[in-house]
Design a protein. Structure first.
Length: 326
């Protein structure tokens, strides 16, 4: 008898995690959403709670978890610099202890496990665009290290579990992703600029604004993650997932002012330490191995995101607007 896929999503109440849970429910899976709600939000999962195939557990993955599942998406970790630098020791712990716990669980129940890794493993890259074979340029003692080195160590653990135990592992290196359910106060550039523009406040460009990023819409990212999880045993990655359109932060600010029709201006603030200068994924591998490429143009995705924040800012009391991310 065919039974439904039981899928565990850590960080399931976060930005990416909640979109992934919805997608898995739509594909008829049973979904176990695990989150400690440090940056995840109840609002992100409320609509799923009435679905009998959805289960929601408050749990911190730095502690072991005993459940029976077929697949594990390991997304649990605060993703914005503001949040992951709030408690950097805990950020390293969730990346390292969290990975060990989830890999141990995957080993015991023979589940496939996918790690949400990051473009941050490339650090301030000397290779452009970034290809998966580049080993990176990360400052191991700087303020971003808890996240960057934590994610790098998690990749090491995934490959060592694979080599020692022959496990089905998958590693996605996620580049900057944006969309509805980012949080008002998370400090990431798209959400911050959209909120400033909607409130008519100046957009805060760090440095001269000629640093670049490549922004992927959340729906495209979820497609890539699901495709990677469902590849054969021999496909491990790491595989870059992200949009290839590179844009300066100053251009992004201009685009958001234009698309919101805002009268906001731009002010410059100090560039944070170790802020990468350029970032753009080479997604050749994702195209070849997964048949995946992002399809949402930046303007379209930004418009969706503006719509989300516009509704949020106009319907929620100010006291409940700022929380974490995922
Ligand atoms: N940034 C900015 N103003 C802001 C927030 C971010 O100019 O209010 C810049 C930041 O310095 C970085 C880029 O936007 O160069 C992307 O920042 P984000 O925190 O979104 O992502 P990451 O640096 O992790 O790629």
């Amino acid at each position: 008898m065919n039974r439904r896929n039981r899928v565990l999503v850590t960080g399931g109440a976060g930005f990416l995690g909640s979109h992934l849970c919805e997608r898995l429910l739509a594909e008829d899976c049973e979904v176990l959403c695990v989150d400690n709600y440090f940056t995840g939000s109840r609002d992100n999962v409320t609509a799923m709670l009435s679905n009998p195939r959805f289960e929601d557990v408050r749990h911190d993955i730095t502690f072991p978890l005993y459940v029976e599942v077929d697949q594990i998406y390991n997304l649990g970790c605060p993703a914005s610099p503001t949040h992951y630098q709030f408690d950097p020791v805990q950020t390293t712990k969730v990346n390292v202890h969290g990975a060990i716990n989830m890999l141990g669980l995957a080993k015991r129940v023979r589940a496939s496990i996918l790690q949400a890794s990051t473009s941050e493993v490339y650090g301030d890259s000397h290779v452009h665009p970034q290809t998966e074979d580049y080993w990176g340029n990360v400052n191991p003692t700087g303020p971003r290290a808890c996240y960057d080195e934590g994610k790098r160590c998690a990749e090491t653990l995934f490959f060592d579990y694979r080599r020692q135990h022959g496990m089905p592992i998958k590693i996605a290196r996620i580049f900057n992703t944006y969309g509805p359910r980012m949080l008002v106060g998370d400090g990431r550039v798209v959400s911050t600029f959209v909120v400033h523009a909607l409130r008519g406040e100046p957009l805060t460009v760090y440095g001269d604004g000629d640093q670049t990023r490549s922004f992927c819409y959340v729906d495209d990212m979820i497609d890539g993650l699901v495709k990677l999880m469902n590849t054969p045993h021999e496909v491990t990655g790491p595989i870059n997932l992200g949009h290839t359109r590179e844009i300066t932060i100053l251009e992004l600010a201009g685009m958001i002012i234009r698309l919101t029709g805002s009268k906001s201006g731009i002010i410059h603030k100090e560039l944070p330490k170790d802020d990468p200068r350029r970032r753009q994924p080479d997604v050749t591998k994702a195209k070849d191995v997964l048949g995946w490429a992002p399809s949402t143009p930046l303007e379209t995705g930004i418009e969706q995101t503006i719509g989300f924040f516009d509704r949020l800012l106009n319907t929620e009391p100010i006291s409940s607007r700022s929380s974490g991310d995922g």
